[in-house]
Design a protein around this ligand. Structure first.
Ligand code: MLT
Length: 408
């Protein structure tokens, strides 16, 4: 959960300029008041005083987006963008409560100073209050969940989108979308045991620590950590299966769905047998063997012929899975329920997309899935196999951006 609760404040006539607009100085005052109110509701307004330090503002960047008038009520939402050793950056979003319009966004960098004005490390109590720390602007956030720490990328502002990767990939499968969807707040986590995320603790790294419920809860913990309530869930293949579980367990966290290369039905007994074989292969020969077994079915013929770097990336992503994570994920998928009824009950905007040459979740299965969801859009991405976001990033990005532009 973000350390700072959202705070609602009324704009007074004396906060406004001659045109009746909230003026710049008053906006800064409102942000400051919101921060003190948040402390008052949490650890207390003396949090800094009692630790012998002070948060000095070092830099403020504000983007004004829409006017606010006297008597408007604004809501200030605050998240911790970065926490360093001696500094922290807070991100404020100011919304007009009446119509949810974003009026302004501000990033404020604070340095923790001692009584002599020297930069000093954030005391433990304050660091705990601020929550997870990132090691730098490009380093992933570390979010604790269910006994592990997850690696999470958070980029940009706008409608929040949580990207969920499939098997055996990691959050970099979304690298084009993370780099380009500039009007969205892009959030992408490595699943437990994958890439930069830790696996369940030793001494026994048991695959039983993997379940659809645990994957779903991990991702909701990420939303809590970055201070977002509901998001657009964008999942690829197994990422879709996990999102179906989020829809069942946490429907209040779902603003919209983007389902890529995934399907609603459970596995046939033949597919289940194949999963057991793949799990045994992982235990015997490790991640490389798993990727080599899967590769021929993952990429479309056009990608295999013209984009060798995509094949290289798939191999790299597979190598970043631990063996327990490979085995655990295969068991989770083998035992997953049929999601037909879940999807019939979906009442949020949905985009379904699939590569024209997807052999794992063929267009016919993706279309059938789209038909279960009232009002869902359905698109086939030409010249792509199972990994449309990576194989055809431009076409996929355009579909996703158009869909997001329809959401507020
Ligand atoms: C995936 O891409 O996540 C997997 O291929 C899904 C599956 O094996 O059903």
């Amino acid at each position: 959960m973000t350390a700072f609760p959202a705070i609602e404040l009324t704009v007074y006539p004396y906060d406004c300029d001659a045109f009746g607009h909230l003026n710049q100085a008053a906006l800064l005052t409102l942000l400051e008041r919101a921060r003190w109110d948040a402390l008052a509701r949490g650890p207390g307004m003396d949090l800094f005083d009692r630790n012998g330090v002070w948060p000095a503002v070092r830099k403020t960047t504000i983007e004004y987006k829409a006017p606010v008038f006297a008597r408007d009520v604004v809501r200030v939402e605050t998240t911790v963008l970065n926490r360093g050793t001696t500094s922290m950056t807070l991100h404020h979003v100011v919304r007009r409560v009446a119509d949810e319009t974003v009026a302004a966004e501000a990033d404020i960098v604070f340095v923790c100073i001692d009584r002599l004005g020297r930069a000093t490390p954030l005391p433990d109590e304050i660091a705990r209050f601020l929550g997870p720390r990132s090691g730098g602007s490009d380093a992933p956030l570390r979010v604790p969940s269910g006994g592990v720490e997850l690696a999470v990328d958070v980029r940009g502002d706008g409608v929040p989108v949580m990207f969920v990767h499939g098997f055996p990939f990691d959050r970099t499968v979304w690298r084009h979308q993370l780099a380009t969807l500039s009007r969205a707040r892009r959030i992408a986590a490595d699943l437990r045991g994958v890439g930069g995320s830790g696996g369940p603790p030793l001494p026994v790294p048991s695959p039983d620590r993997y379940s659809l419920a645990q994957y779903a809860n991990d991702l909701v913990a990420v939303l809590d950590a970055v201070g977002v309530r509901d998001v657009v869930w964008c999942g690829l293949s197994m990422g879709g299966y996990i999102i179906f579980e989020v829809v069942r367990r946490h429907p209040e966290r779902v603003k919209a769905l983007i389902l890529a290369g995934t399907k609603a039905d459970a596995d046939s007994s033949e597919v289940k047998r194949g999963r057991d074989e793949l799990a045994a292969l992982a235990e015997r020969d490790g991640p490389d063997a798993v990727v080599e077994r899967l590769l021929p079915r993952l990429l479309g013929p056009a990608t295999r012929a013209a984009q060798p770097e995509v094949t290289t990336q798939v191999r790299d992503m597979g190598r970043r899975w631990s063996v327990p994570a490979l085995v655990g994920a295969q068991r989770v998928m083998r035992d997953r329920p049929d999601s037909t009824e879940t999807l019939r009950g979906v009442r949020v905007p949905t985009l379904v997309l699939v590569g024209s040459d997807d052999e794992v979740a063929p267009p016919v299965a993706a279309r059938a899935m789209a038909q279960l969801i009232p009002g869902a859009q359905f698109h086939v991405v030409p010249a792509a196999g199972h990994l449309a976001p990576l194989e055809q990033p431009l076409a996929t990005g355009r579909l996703v951006a158009d869909f997001l532009s329809l959401l507020r």
